[in-house]
Design a binder for this molecule. Structure first.
Ligand code: SAM
Length: 276
């Protein structure tokens, strides 16, 4: 059996007892960086595991090797350096291989930086788009940033500290200047910090402050104000929520959270619309 095991994103205590049990039981552990996983195992007091280096650049050859180990009947855990495998990290290909080769696998869930940040951000967590890392430069990066303008849900990005200022400036130039942003840094670690401001304020802020550490960027979408506040969109959202079986009170509450319009006002509007 293959176990895709979630590991901490900073705070070593954020590992589940099930994850510890699995890491203790398996014969092999496939990991991105054997040194990083070695530290985790040492911390957990786990010894004697056969570590297989499995990363972006050897995933084809090592993937086959892992599958043949699994087919021989041994258990393998796969971990990334931090967080959940397959989330902006290796793992996805191993899952596809297991499905193709009819090999059993399961997931032992753990922390994800994106989700931790989304909850910390204060932005709407009801709908979100996970972008992960943008390409570091070039036309693909520009295309993706352009695509971000189309979303009407909170956008969650991973970005390296040395590219954070560039990202803020690009978002500003692309019209996101007034959108709220939460810059979630070093989550679960000693210097955890969340800066909440607008994109253009962030551009100013980073003129005097150098970004350091790991960041998740949560961005308010461009479309919320125009699209959700436009009466036609509100009405179609009301009908969609009604069709999904929600009562009037709940519909008013959800839309009030999403739009900032008072619950009372929305309640009256929903009643009116559904009557007609
Ligand atoms: N698999 C991981 C997960 O489940 O979140 C993501 C791995 S990805 C290679 C690494 C990126 O995740 C970092 O560059 C950063 O953007 C984000 N990240 C990971 N840990 C973080 C933390 N403690 N605080 C803020 N961002 C973090």
């Amino acid at each position: 059996m293959l176990y895709l095991v979630g590991t901490p994103i900073g705070n070593m205590k954020d590992i589940s007892s099930r994850a510890c049990e699995v890491l203790e039981q398996v014969e092999y552990i496939a990991c991105e960086d054997t040194r990083v996983t070695g530290i985790l195992l040492k911390n957990l007091g786990i010894e004697g595991k056969k570590l297989i280096s499995y990363h972006e650049h050897n995933k084809v050859s090592k993937g086959e090797e892992i599958i043949s180990i699994l087919k021989r009947g041994s258990d393998v855990a796969q971990v990334s350096d931090a967080g959940m495998p397959a989330i902006s990290d290796p793992g996805e290909d191993l899952v596809s291989l297991c499905i193709k080769e009819n090999v059993d696998f399961t997931v032992i869930p753990g922390p994800v930086a994106a989700i931790t940040a989304l909850v910390m951000s204060g932005l709407s967590a009801r709908y979100y788009h996970f972008e992960g890392f943008l390409q570091s430069s070039g036309s693909e990066r520009r295309k993706r940033i352009d695509k971000l303008k189309e979303y009407d849900e909170t956008i969650v990005l991973y970005e390296a500290p040395h590219r954070l200022v560039k990202l803020m400036n690009e978002l500003d130039q692309e019209g996101f200047g007034d959108c709220r942003i939460a810059l979630c840094r070093e989550l679960t670690k000693k210097y955890e910090e969340v800066l909440r401001m607008t994109v253009s304020e962030a551009c100013e802020y980073y003129k005097d402050n150098e970004p350091r550490g790991e960041y998740v960027v949560c961005l308010e979408p461009l479309k919320t104000k125009e699209a959700v506040l436009d009466p036609e969109s509100i009405d179609s959202e009301i009908l969609r929520l009604r069709d999904s079986g929600l009562p009037v009170k709940k519909i008013a509450q959800i839309l009030s959270e999403d739009t900032g319009i008072s619950k009372k006002e929305l309640y009256a509007h929903v009643l009116n619309l559904l009557k007609s």
